[in-house]
Design a protein around this ligand. Structure first.
Ligand code: FES
Length: 186
C-alpha cells in the first residue's frame, strides 16, 4: 500500500485523497471481515457436540457425606441411580447367598468396585418402576434391599432380584472412583 500511495502522489492531491479513501475502505473492510469472523465463531463452536454430550453422559457424586446405612439417589442420563453405603451386615448377607438361589446369578463381588458402596440404576427390570428402599422409612422387601410396589418385585442387598416378576438384577452402570470419596458415573 505504501508503494501505491507514493506512485499516486505525483498526480496531485485529488488522486492522493482517492487513494487514501481506498485505503480506508480496504482497512474498514478488513476489520469488518474480522468482525464477522469473530461473530461466526460461537455459532461454529456451538455446532460441536462433543463437550455437551460428554457433560451429559457422566455424573459426579460426592459420597463423603453418605454415612453407613444411608443411600442417595442421583440422576444419570435422566435415570435414578442408587448409591448405597452398605452396612457390614448387608454386605455379609449379600455374599452368603448361594448362586443357586438367584434368578439372575451374579456374585456380590462382581457387582461392586469398592466396599462398602453399591451403585445401581434404580429402575425395576420388570416394567421400569422405581423401587422403594432408598429412604429409611421405605419398605425394603423380604431381602433387605429394595421393593418395587408396582407388581411386587423384591431385591436383596446387592440389588439382585429375589422374588416377584422382575427377570433381572438392577443394572450396575459404568462408573469409577475418582478419589476416596468421589465417583463418576458414566
Ligand atoms: S415394574 Fe417393578 S415389579 Fe413390575
Amino acid at each position: 500500500m505504501a508503494e501505491s500511495l507514493a506512485s499516486h502522489g505525483t498526480h496531485g492531491d485529488a488522486s492522493h485523497d482517492v487513494t487514501k479513501r481506498d485505503f480506508l475502505k480496504l482497512t474498514t473492510a478488513a476489520f469488518a471481515a474480522i468482525g464477522v469472523g469473530a461473530m461466526a465463531w460461537p455459532f461454529v463452536a456451538s455446532l460441536a457436540p462433543a463437550r455437551d454430550v460428554l457433560a451429559l453422559s457422566s455424573t459426579d457424586v460426592d459420597v463423603g457425606p453418605v454415612t453407613v446405612g444411608q443411600a442417595i439417589t442421583v440422576v444419570w442420563r435422566g435415570k435414578p441411580v442408587f448409591v448405597r453405603h452398605r452396612t457390614p451386615e448387608e454386605i455379609a448377607a449379600a455374599r452368603a447367598v448361594p448362586m443357586s438361589d438367584l434368578r439372575d446369578p451374579q456374585t456380590d463381588q462382581s457387582r461392586i468396585i469398592r466396599d462398602p458402596w453399591l451403585v445401581v440404576v434404580g429402575v425395576c427390570t420388570h416394567l421400569g418402576c422405581i423401587p422403594l428402599g432408598q429412604k429409611p422409612t421405605d419398605p425394603k422387601g423380604d431381602f433387605g434391599g429394595w421393593f418395587c410396589p408396582c407388581h411386587g418385585s423384591h431385591y436383596d442387598t446387592s440389588a439382585r432380584v429375589r422374588k416377584g416378576p422382575a427377570p433381572l438384577n438392577l443394572l450396575v452402570p459404568a462408573y469409577a472412583f475418582t478419589s476416596d470419596r468421589a465417583l463418576r458415573i458414566g
